[in-house]
Design a protein around this ligand. Structure first.
Ligand code: 9MR
Length: 572
């Protein structure tokens, strides 16, 4: 057979775990099974076999075959999988494969901190920068922020927190779900007995050595900000949370945070933000309790106040139209946020008010809490389900069984989506929206939880294959995580990590996840460069393509969760 010109071998460019699945996708016009060879760093063939033709893969539009070498148990670096005379990118097989990503994906949040100087000794000199938005000229500051006209007649100190993404806005709904995932990664690891790996002095954060697990220290930076976004007692809408704070107009790119001269503005409170605060703060109260009871108490008080305020103002919807200078994060449906907040408050307190709010919610029995497209800032019911399925609580056994089985059937849906595709992606062909990589990562989180609930190995296998997707086994051979893989994203949309625009600025730090393919082509670069792309190929590593190539806290959070999970050493 002549070598088809199109053959390409797509692998996880970082590598594989010795005890994990090892699969590659071969793009080829050949319809016949082909021979694969695994070569080690010295060029010796250590395993070989035959590929399995799969025909057309719908999301990529490519004709593909599968190569499986899971039974190879050797370890080392510099392996290459060769098919039909074509070599994959080199990769490793080793048990500590995800240790680096576990800390780098979590360190992303330190880099995104607002209101504190980023320390060269922690972040590396390329990433050091002065504190942003503390009111030091030319900043107008987040220490005394006025409202948009008509929203309030006072200023509020909303310093701190994490910048949302490539912009320097701070949005409560996105902050809350991201914090929840970061804290949940610790809560999960604690159940698995592997939380020491996320413990004190495991991360490059200023708080290392303070006796509190570093992952929680990082989460606290955002939790303190979220609580500052709560309307003070005595003011109209007391207890509600302002929806967001950002510049009056979109910040120019590049702009280092401390050099942003624009006015900052608080946008009106919303029920969604308030319930998001309630949920994240209630989770804080539960998980921080053994490490910092004073913070746990403050979190619980904030969560209760937020819950009460949301009950009194149940339909203050954030409009989609409020997108001048920052994302809208609009949401006209908050029953899922009520359910999630109630679930967290109930899991933390056991109180009947919150239990009744859980059991009377339509989401208590709805089949729609999990979707093929992941969860997110507008769709939070899944987070409530995960908490109720995993944190001991007093719901009747029949309710708990139903909740747990809803997690497992969602995971089974993702498994079958993966099985139907040449690249085993846990999102369907019509799921390539803005931030699609976070959909894949969120769905992998659900599969990991199903693995915990059932003890069945196939879920871990699927989680690891989802990592393969993010790290290069995909339609375009792209690792979407900076610094991880031969061809990894390095020009994500960001105001400071803007090396592509200004050579004196850095590329994103290692461990930064790009948003990923978005078939809607919602920016000018994507429209010009990606016209006609197959859904899974609608991605370009260009700083101007904010709809395919931004970073965001709600995207790195599930990556960090998954990296910690994948880095867990099997028990025993
Ligand atoms: O993640 C958000 C995505 O779901 C929306 O479709 C998109 C457009 O509204 O906005 C995304 O969020 C962005 C936010 O609005 C502003 N900060 C950057 C976020 C990531 O691109």
């Amino acid at each position: 057979l002549a070598t088809p010109a199109t053959t390409a071998v797509r692998v996880n460019q970082v590598g594989y775990l010795p005890d994990g699945p090892k699969r590659a996708t071969v793009v080829t016009s050949s319809t016949q099974s082909l021979t694969w060879q695994l070569r080690n760093a010295s060029g010796t063939v250590v395993a070989s076999g035959s590929t399995v033709p799969r025909g057309a893969d719908a999301p990529s539009g490519q004709s593909v075959q599968l190569a499986e070498f899971s039974s190879y148990q050797g370890t080392g670096t510099g392996y290459v999988l060769s098919v039909d005379g074509r070599d994959s990118d080199p990769f490793d097989i080793r048990a500590n494969l995800y240790d680096g990503l576990r800390s780098d994906a979590m360190a992303f949040f330190y880099h995104q901190r607002s209101g504190v100087a980023i320390d060269a000794s922690l972040a590396g000199s390329a990433y050091a920068r002065p504190a942003g938005h503390l009111g030091v000229s030319p900043n107008k500051g987040d220490t005394s922020v006025p409202c948009q006209s008509g929203v309030c007649d006072y200023t509020q100190d909303v310093r701190g927190g994490w910048y949302d993404a490539g912009d320097q806005g701070k949005y409560v709904v996105n902050g809350g779900i991201s914090t929840w995932l970061v804290v949940n990664s610790f809560e999960r690891a604690k159940r698995a007995g592997t939380d020491a790996a996320l413990g004190d002095s495991t991360l490059r954060v200023p708080e290392r050595g303070n006796g509190v697990p570093d992952v929680l220290d990082e989460a606290r930076w955002e939790l303190e900000f979220l609580m500052r976004m709560q309307v003070p007692a005595g003011k109209p809408y007391a207890g509600m949370a302002f929806h967001k704070i950002h510049d009056a107009a979109w910040t120019g790119i590049p702009t280092r945070p401390d050099q942003d001269a624009q006015p900052r503005e608080l946008h009106r409170p919303s029920t969604a933000a308030t319930l998001n605060l309630a949920a994240a703060a209630a989770q804080c109260a539960r998980v921080f309790r053994p490490y910092d009871s004073a913070l746990a108490d403050r979190c619980l008080a904030a969560a209760r106040r937020a819950w009460t305020a949301a009950q009194a103002n149940p339909s203050m919807y954030a409009p989609d139209s409020d997108s001048t200078g920052g994302g809208a994060y609009g949401d006209g449906q908050v029953t899922d946020e009520f359910y999630w907040a109630a679930a967290e408050l109930y899991a933390t307190t056991g109180e009947s008010t919150y239990r009744d709010a859980v059991t009377s919610s339509s989401w208590h029995t709805s089949a729609g809490a999990f979707t093929p497209y992941g969860f997110g800032w507008a769709d939070t019911a899944a987070l409530g389900r995960i908490t109720l399925a995993t944190v001991p609580n007093g719901l009747p056994a029949s309710d708990l069984a139903r909740i747990r089985s809803s997690v497992v059937s969602a995971a089974d849906g993702h498994l079958s989506t993966m099985a139907g595709q040449g690249y085993a992606v846990p999102i369907p062909k019509d799921g390539y929206f803005w931030g699609s990589n976070s959909e894949a990562a969120d769905n992998a989180v659900v599969m990991a939880v199903a693995g915990e609930l059932t003890g069945e190995a196939r879920y871990r296998t699927a989680v690891l294959e989802s990592m393969d997707y993010l790290l290069g086994r995909n339609a375009i051979g792209q690792s979407y995580v900076t610094g991880y893989g031969e061809t990894s994203s390095r020009n994500q949309h960001h105001r400071f990590w803007a090396h592509q625009l200004d050579a004196s600025l850095p590329n994103p730090p290692a461990g930064s996840l790009a948003g990923g393919p978005n078939s809607a082509l919602q920016d000018p670069v994507a429209q010009e460069k990606l016209a006609g792309c197959a859904p899974a190929a609608c991605y370009i590593d260009d700083i101007g393509s904010y709809s395919t190539n931004e970073v965001a806290i709600n995207w790195n959070a599930p990556l960090a969760w998954l990296a910690a999970y994948a880095a867990d050493r099997p028990a025993g």
